[in-house]
Design a protein around this ligand. Structure first.
Ligand SMILES: Cc1cc2nc3c(=O)[nH]c(=O)nc-3n(C[C@H](O)[C@H](O)[C@H](O)COP(=O)(O)OP(=O)(O)OC[C@H]3O[C@@H](n4cnc5c(N)ncnc54)[C@H](O)[C@@H]3O)c2cc1C
Length: 508
């Protein structure tokens, strides 16, 4: 898909959204329903910030329940149930097991009570108790001495980058404009924000665009924008890192959750996109927000946690396929312990500007509607409509997974048009060659990592970031993106360097 020339953009919009993560994408999706003329700009690729580096759980957050954050838990559980209904194939039920041990906390009674409340909030009865014998039949690699059994319960998982992509695609289909690799700088007249100066970071082209209201959903980067009023919240970026292992190395059948022996923080491993995601950490992040990566101390912490719960597997960093790290946009409250900081979103406004930060992937719809209600105080047209489904479920789709990830129309066209040979999987990943071609052709791919790290997650779940598959990927990129040999060589070199720097389990 060719780049939108900034000179062809309309000179003014009702609302411009800064940031193409889950928060911005959710706002765009809800805003376009109001009939408003809306533009979203993302300075890098869509979901290239925190929204492709989360734990990928659409969850109520049992941990929040423990901290007494009732409203957040209830809201999250309700949103989870809604997304499970509306987006099968993109948001899927994830069964969890939490092994419990004699003499260790949490006790069985506490957990069962917590899960009873959790179920009650969701209107389900998914939780229960599994004996030691039944548990070990499912997860034979668990630490065994003093093992009593496990509580089981349900949450949900998604592909975070794809969730963002789907929201943006649906919003664009409904009339919104969304541009990646376009940075916004705020334009002010006195104390009033009046629009943005856009810079296409690929071509360096610039253009000034007016907006009745600007919505800053810049995530952990949100505080960097000028125009924030006095007394705006201070952000506390917290880094979280994950390992991705193959299912052969870390063969979990369900999500297994336990407390790290060092600090009693919950950690978990679960099957995701044909591999296993394991994390996470929660540490103050003082490095560059653009390229966070797992530190050796985080790797040791996570490997210690794994050795404690799965002692026989004896996993090392070099056994992993990849790692990834993200930065949580958390509003600082002065607490010492990073994990004690609230995960709720914060919103603040000034004339012509609404800022939003914090919050969770799971609750993007609620956040979007709160932001639009706030923006409507300045531009009444933006008042969100009555509650509507975010996604239209594809029902008994031919390929539920593809329908969820792409939307019904795109998935149907892909399946009808792809030659049989392209429906084969790329290495041992769940992605077909046809999906790669589809993304390259239709999904605003500008760089190789857009295709391999976010439209598909080959960079996370295939060994060496998919290095061995590059010759065939090259053919697709040349045909669909018009890249010549020189461009391909530059893209491949840049991608491999980026993978090595940010995702290699053992840094070179
Ligand atoms: C380790 C970790 C695990 C997590 N796990 C979960 C989970 O399992 N479930 C859950 O619900 N939540 C989870 N979260 C929280 C969730 O991922 C984040 O709250 C969410 O992704 C934040 O989205 P965002 O859109 O606000 O920010 P981002 O995704 O960071 O998006 C902001 C975007 O704004 C862009 N931007 C900034 N300034 C400009 C500008 N001037 N012009 C143009 N673009 C700009 C940035 O490039 C960036 O892409 C997790 C977070 C972390 C870090």
């Amino acid at each position: 898909m060719s780049r939108t020339d900034l000179s062809t953009l309309s000179p003014s919009f009702d609302a411009i959204v800064i940031g193409g993560g889950i928060t911005g994408a959710g706002i765009l999706r809800e805003a376009v329903r109001t009939g408003a003329k809306v533009l979203l700009v993302e300075q890098n690729d869509f979901a290239s910030g925190t929204s492709s580096a989360s734990s990928k759980l659409v969850h109520g957050g049992l941990r929040y329940l423990k901290n007494g954050q009732w409203r957040l838990t209830l809201e999250s559980v309700r949103e989870r149930q809604r997304l499970l209904r509306e987006a099968p194939g993109l948001v899927e039920t994830q069964p969890f097991l939490m092994p419990l041990y004699r003499g260790a906390k949490p006790g069985k009674l506490t957990m069962r009570l917590g899960l009873w409340i959790y179920d009650l909030m969701a209107g389900t009865s998914a939780s229960g108790w599994l004996s030691q014998v039944s548990l070990l039949k499912i997860e034979p690699n668990l630490r065994k001495p003093d093992l009593l059994g496990a509580v089981h319960y349900e949450d949900a998982r998604t592909d975070d980058a794809r969730l963002v992509q789907r929201l943006i695609r649906d919003a664009v289909d409904a009339g919104a404009v969304a541009l990646n690799y376009v940075r916004a700088d705020v334009q002010m007249r006195g104390t009033q924000v009046v629009g943005v100066r856009l810079t296409d970071t690929v071509t360096n082209q610039t253009r000034d665009i007016e907006s009745k209201v600007l919505i800053n959903a810049g995530g952990a980067w949100a505080g960097a924008l000028p125009g924030a009023p006095e007394g705006s919240p201070v952000l506390r970026p917290l880094r979280g890192s994950h390992f991705v292992f193959s299912r052969e190395k870390l063969p979990v059948q369900k999500a297994v959750s336990w407390l790290h022996p060092k600090d009693q923080r919950p950690i978990f491993a679960y099957p995701w996109e044909g591999a296993v995601v394991y994390g996470t950490t929660d540490l103050d992040h003082d490095g560059s927000q653009d390229h966070p990566r797992m530190t050796p101390e985080e790797a040791d912490y996570l490997l210690d946690g794994l050795a404690y719960q799965f002692p026989d597997l004896q996993l090392k960093a070099s056994d992993a396929i990849s790692t990834y790290s993200g930065v949580r946009p958390i509003v600082a409250s002065g607490k010492d312990d990073p994990s004690a900081e609230s995960r709720e979103s914060a919103m603040w406004s000034s004339p012509g500007l609404v800022n939003i930060t914090g919050g969770k992937l799971t609750t993007f719809r609620v956040t979007a509607r709160e932001v639009l209600n706030e923006a409507a105080k300045q531009v009444p047209l933006l008042k969100p409509e009555r509650d509507q489904p975010v996604f239209v479920s594809a029902g008994n789709a031919r390929d539920q997974r593809l329908f969820g990830r792409l939307g019904a129309a795109a998935a149907t066209a892909l399946l009808d048009g792809a030659p049989a040979a392209e429906l084969e999987r790329v290495a041992d990943s769940p992605y077909s060659w046809a999906e790669l071609r589809w993304s390259a052709r239709y999904e605003q791919v500008q760089k190789l990592d857009d295709l391999l790290m976010r439209r598909t997650r080959i960079g996370l779940v295939v060994q060496q970031g998919g290095r061995d598959e590059l010759p065939r990927i090259k053919e697709i990129c040349m045909a669909e993106l018009g890249w010549d040999q020189v461009r391909w060589d530059a893209e491949a070199a840049r991608y491999l360097e980026l993978w090595q720097r940010n995702h290699a389990p053992v840094p070179a």
